[in-house]
Design a protein around this ligand. Structure first.
Ligand code: FAD
Length: 342
């Protein structure tokens, strides 16, 4: 039986970041990805300045550095042009490729087309045949995590995200946020600018609105907004925000496998990077304490409170959205937002 100190299941942002931190350590590391590429996934491809604070993404894979935002409620809108970029867009495949390229160290072995099909307390089975033993196991295998199932940790809180990638040359690169109570309740629709295309999408909790209803509402909203989806590519995927801890003895759950995404916005790359990094640092030093991880957990908890407040505000939600946009148009608020970017 092959033996490794650490087996990481899944090579999304969380697994790749975990492997990068373990590079050049004395530990032997095996990173396993069931897909044929690293890091590709249904995603709007939007990063914030927080993400770039964790990994130093080079300019050549960034498609747009966005300074302009437009926030819409039913009756109003608020336009902002910040002095510095605060949103960055890229293709997930490119991010995965770049993260993979960071793994040059000899102690790291990374394999694609390798699915973990079974887990036991000291080994995994890959592709239904080969046994490989581990000392530490990191579940970075996303929403339908086999590692989470092995730990018998339920997965109850989720969003469903749906989106179209629409061809669009000569695009004015701005981020759009649409607060529309009628169609998306306490969630929202977004438009992220990409190279020669934009991604328009929305999320919601399928327990509060079925996936079919969300799709119908999304189409009704697209029609109302006169957004054509001709030639567009449709994708959907679940997003887990059911966080219940990340360290379970010698087994870790990071990224969406650990339920680290936001239940309000569906954003999850930043949380995946941080949790992947923290798992690696904890493997290297059992006493490692991370302020960033606590900050991520606090951030997600606040987002959840906002989501619940908006959800339960029912018929008042549309007025809250109008108020938010009025506030965003207030010069003092605008100045404050701008100063936080300079
Ligand atoms: C429509 C939509 C739009 C989104 N937009 C954004 C956005 O703009 N910004 C943002 O920050 N977040 C966004 N997200 C969320 C973001 O995509 C995820 O939170 C993020 O990808 C999670 O990273 P991860 O590394 O935890 O898991 P993943 O990226 O899901 O990676 C898990 C990997 O594990 C592999 N795997 C799974 N099972 C096995 C197995 N048994 N064996 C081997 N490998 C396995 C998978 O193939 C996959 O590559 C969006 C999500 C959706 C659905």
């Amino acid at each position: 039986m092959n033996k490794y100190d650490v087996i990481i299941v899944g090579a999304g942002p969380a697994g790749l970041r975990c492997a990068e931190i373990l590079s050049n350590s004395s530990l032997s590391v095996l990173l396993l990805e069931k897909g044929d590429t690293f890091g590709d996934k249904v995603c709007a491809g939007g990063l914030s300045r927080k993400d770039l604070g964790v990994i130093d993404i080079p300019d050549h894979i960034i498609e747009h550095k966005v300074t302009k935002t437009a926030v819409f409620s039913k009756k109003r809108n608020s336009m902002t042009n910040a002095p510095e970029a605060f949103v960055f867009t890229l293709k997930r495949k490119e991010l995965g490729k770049w993260q993979r390229d960071q793994l040059k160290a000899e102690n790291i072995e990374a394999k694609t087309n390798t699915r973990v099909t079974e887990i036991q307390s000291d080994h995994v089975i890959i592709n239904g045949i080969e046994k490989i033993s581990y000392k530490y196991l990191v579940g970075a295998d996303g929403y339908a995590s086999i590692v989470r199932k092995y730990l018998k940790i339920p997965q109850e809180k989720q969003l469903i995200g749906i989106q179209y990638t629409v061809p669009a040359p000569n695009l004015d690169p701005r981020l759009e946020i649409h607060l529309c109570s009628k169609y998306f309740k306490s969630w929202y629709a977004w438009v992220f600018p990409h190279e020669n295309s934009f991604v328009v999408g929305c999320v919601c909790d399928p327990k509060k609105m079925s996936a079919k209803k969300l799709k119908d509402n999304f189409h009704a909203w697209l029609k109302e907004k006169d957004i054509s989806i001709e030639g567009a590519v449709y994708h959907s995927a679940p997003i887990s925000y059911d966080y219940r801890g990340y360290k379970f003895g010698n087994v870790f759950l990071v990224g969406e496998a650990g339920g680290f995404a936001s239940g309000l916005t569906g954003e999850g790359i930043y949380q995946s990077l941080v949790s992947g990094e923290v798992a690696a640092k904890t493997i290297l030093d059992n006493n490692y304490v991370s302020e960033e991880m606590n900050a991520v957990i606090r951030y997600n908890a606040i987002q959840l409170k906002i989501m619940k407040f908006l959800y339960h505000s029912g018929i008042f939600r549309k007025y809250i959205y109008e108020l938010i946009v009025i506030l965003l148009n207030n010069q003092r608020v605008k100045n404050k937002i701008h100063s936080s970017f300079s």
